[in-house]
Design a protein around this ligand. Structure first.
Ligand code: PHE
Length: 518
């Protein structure tokens, strides 16, 4: 017997959970670093274009699909045609095994740093502390060098928290957590931003590096081929960031929208999610640029000398800045890492949920058992990233999963809806519910968005074939990058091959309208 699907208690609860998934570690430091690297304020142009061309059209598509078919991504795509079920599995598998295994470890780092803030444990040289004392980074990705116990314990805590939140049903678990965490997150972020703005040099850092633009960096029509190639990479980065930041191509938004009641304003929800998420990034960027400006000012160096990118931005630059603060250093540090932990946790929960929803849909297994098993599996899988080679492995995995796994998911979704199903049917479904999606959306889903994503994929492949990413050895890139993608594909294939409990695929929780496919 099929139990009726659980639903969000309120639209606000849904929005908070969806925004909670979108706002994550990526909004705070990944966005800022990208913006700095790719032309400061000028980066906002490709970022906003990517939002308009891929972000909003695909979030509408995912909300529409999840709501229309009332199912997780494997169920939605299997209903469209058994041929597409593999894609339906690919997305949540990538979320759970491609991203969450390392994402949880990075949240674990934040948990450690939260505690380190109280003693300012990084001392006068946060860089050495991060690499030598904290990570105890080995000399190559091949050298695991055993586990780092503090990281392992913190990662276990993160998995435990995810388990605790996902274990209950949607409205008593994820929704309650989102309703507590999201307002808290916004409040704490605002405190950090306004605190930062008070610091000497912060405003200059923001004005000269964030609010000013280096337009050459985004000119992909430049005469000089090298400048053109560099600008193309900026555009690729902007699209990658939009996918990552809006949690698209994972089946997350499909699963979340499947728990919405029949009457709901999907288009408005999609716009709010996108706007709040991207607005948050731009706002949080003030804190990052401000703190680097403050550091440059206090140490008498230039902004470019003060900033470093990637993981170091949060774990080296920030600690350094925290130590330099005139007062309340520990409080500021603890607040900053708490913001990262909260942002990360609400995203982590959504990664686990996408896969949980897929398993409960297909096999009718009990949610509690699925979540418990997944979280145990998750902490086991995360172990490899808590080793002394963890940073290398997660860097490689992240590069391949975000550049290929995600974009591929988005591209195939557009092609299936655009060419096989027909976007008009989905548009009509969304339009019946409230705010209207203009007709041009059909053109985006059919032509523009997939074309842009295809170009993106090709540029990324060309870049990877030309140079080994970050100079890693080919064998390691194959193993942890390409190998990881193949590993995800095999898992997805395995689940696709399992038979559906007959009633589940046929049981359509529809609202009395026609099939999406006729
Ligand atoms: N959107 C989150 C962020 O910006 C991360 C995330 C990616 C969450 C993919 C879920 C899926 O950090």
């Amino acid at each position: 017997m099929h139990k009726s699907r659980s639903l969000w208690q309120s639209n606000l609860g849904f929005l908070m959970a969806a925004i909670g998934s979108a706002i994550g570690l990526g909004n705070i430091w990944r966005f800022s670093y990208m913006a700095h690297e790719h032309g400061g304020g000028a980066f906002l142009v490709p970022y906003l274009v990517a939002l308009a061309v891929a972000g909003i059209p695909i979030i509408l598509l995912e909300y529409g699909l999840g709501h229309r078919e009332k199912g997780s991504s494997p169920m939605v795509f299997a209903r469209l045609s058994p041929r597409f079920e593999l894609l339906g599995w690919w997305m949540p598998v990538v979320a759970m095994f491609g991203i969450m295994l390392y994402y949880s470890v990075v949240i674990g780092w934040c948990v450690n740093y939260f505690f380190h803030s109280f003693t300012l444990a990084w001392g006068s040289d946060p860089q050495t502390f991060f690499f030598n004392d904290f990570l105890q980074l080995s000399s190559s990705p091949a050298e695991f060098g055993g586990f780092r116990l503090p990281i392992l314990l913190a990662t276990a805590l993160v998995w435990f928290s995810c388990w605790f939140i996902c274990y209950r049903d949607i409205r008593h678990g994820i929704e309650v957590a989102a309703k507590i965490f999201m307002p808290l997150l916004l409040l704490l972020t605002a405190v950090i931003v306004f605190w930062t703005l008070q610091l000497d040099g912060a405003w200059e850092g923001i004005r000269d590096n964030y609010l000013s633009a280096d337009w050459h960096k985004i000119n992909f029509l430049a005469a000089d081929p090298e400048a053109r190639a560099a600008a193309a990479r900026v555009w690729v980065a902007a699209f990658g960031q939009i996918f990552f930041t809006l949690s698209l191509g994972f089946g997350i938004m499909i699963a979340y929208a499947s728990y919405l009641p029949a009457k709901t304003n999907l288009a408005r929800n999609a716009l709010i999610t996108a706007a709040v998420n991207c607005g948050y990034s731009v706002f949080a960027g003030l804190a990052v640029f401000g703190i680097v400006g403050f550091m440059a000012f206090s140490q008498g160096v230039t902004f470019d000398e003060a900033i470093v990118g990637g993981p170091q931005l949060a774990f080296v630059v920030y600690p350094q800045a925290i130590s330099l603060l005139p007062d309340f250093n520990s409080l500021f540090g603890a607040l900053f890492f708490l913001v990262l932990i909260i942002a990360g946790l609400t995203s982590g929960v959504s990664l686990v949920e996408a896969f949980t929803c897929a398993l409960t849909d297909k096999f009718n297994w009990r949610r509690k058992k699925v979540v418990t098993a997944l979280c145990l599996l998750g902490i086991t899988g995360s172990l490899i990233f808590t080793s002394r080679a963890g940073l290398y492995l997660l860097d490689i995995t992240d590069h391949f999963i975000t550049n290929y796994g995600l974009v591929l998911g988005g591209l195939l979704q557009c092609l299936i809806i655009g060419w096989y199903v027909g976007p008009e049917k989905l548009r009509q479904h969304i339009n019946k519910l409230g705010s209207k999606v203009p007709q041009i959306w059909n053109f985006f889903i059919r032509y523009l968005t997939p074309l842009v994503l295809l170009i993106l994929l090709l540029v990324a492949i060309r870049g990877d074939l030309a140079d080994n990413y970050e100079g890693y050895a080919t064998i390691h890139l194959l193993l942890y990058g390409v190998g990881w993608l193949i590993f995800c594909l095999l898992i997805a294939y395995f689940f696709t091959r399992q038979p559906w409990l007959a009633a589940r695929l046929k049981h359509k929780h529809r609202y009395g309208d026609d099939d999406l496919l006729v």
